[in-house]
Design a protein around this ligand. Structure first.
Ligand SMILES: Cc1cc2nc3c(=O)[nH]c(=O)nc-3n(C[C@H](O)[C@H](O)[C@H](O)COP(=O)(O)O)c2cc1C
Length: 226
């Protein structure tokens, strides 16, 4: 574990300035979301708006992306989590969309249409077990899930009117590679071995070292199942 530093005024200083960031990109976990369209054609798109509670993943997705359309149409997805080793595959899909033609605002920002996102990223699709979208074979964690509810963001009444969607995905199956499992436990992931990829204001980072023991860890992880 790293050295614990005291929370004193010298760490960051105490003079705060009011600013207006264009996006509140304070750091979150990166995934590739796989979905399928009405013809069953798979799409894959980088996402960094996911948080977890119980057996639910909440995703932030642009409604007019191909991913948003697919989720609205059939409600199935796989959240494919890379470790930091998967960063290149994620980056290859930046500035691409499964939509054709590319919407004007995206075209102006340099986006291009890519039909086969798996080939573009250099990864292989493998079948999921509970949903139609395929998994990314090379990534160490796959969470299959089905939409429970799609919440329109920004105060609009329906998802069709919203430009951003908060997608509540009920997780139906979790797959992890052997090397991430905690020895001696059937259902646990070893947090010392799992190195999620993070995006922090449009730049990629890994996690730093573990800082100090957590008091919450006195609770057996199985307690959360109830
Ligand atoms: C690392 C990374 C993280 C991203 N995070 C999100 C996100 O959380 N939500 C979102 O709607 N778009 C996000 N995007 C942008 C989408 O990937 C982009 O809109 C893409 O065109 C969607 O592809 P699609 O139209 O084929 O679904 C992210 C892009 C990158 C490269």
């Amino acid at each position: 574990m790293g050295t614990v530093t005291s929370l004193d005024a010298h760490a960051h200083g105490t003079r705060h300035a009011p600013i207006s960031p264009a996006i509140l990109y304070f750091g979150s976990q990166v995934s590739l979301l796989s979905t399928v369209d009405e013809e069953g054609h798979p799409n894959l798109a980088p996402n960094s708006s996911v948080w977890w509670l119980g057996q639910t993943a909440m995703l932030g997705v642009a409604a007019r992306s191909q991913t948003g359309r697919n989720l609205l149409a059939n409600g199935e997805a796989v959240i494919n989590l890379p470790s930091i080793a998967g960063v290149d595959a994620v980056d290859r899909l930046a500035l691409t969309t499964g939509r054709s033609p590319v919407p004007d605002r995206k075209a102006a920002a340099g986006y291009r249409h890519v039909r086969d996102k798996f080939a573009e990223a250099g990864v292989r699709p493998i079948a999921a077990e509970t949903v139609a979208p395929p998994r990314v074979a090379e990534f160490p964690v796959h969470l299959e899930g089905r939409v429970v509810t799609i919440h329109p963001m920004g105060g609009t009444a329906t998802p069709a009117e919203a430009s951003l969607l908060a997608v509540e995905l009920g997780i139906t199956r979790v797959h992890v590679v052997e090397s991430l499992r905690m020895p001696g436990h059937a259902n646990r992931i070893d947090p010392g071995r799992w190195r999620p990829l993070m995006m922090n204001f449009q730049r990629f980072f890994g996690l730093g070292d573990e800082t100090m023991p957590s008091r919450l860890a006195s609770i057996d992880e199985e307690w959360y199942r109830g």
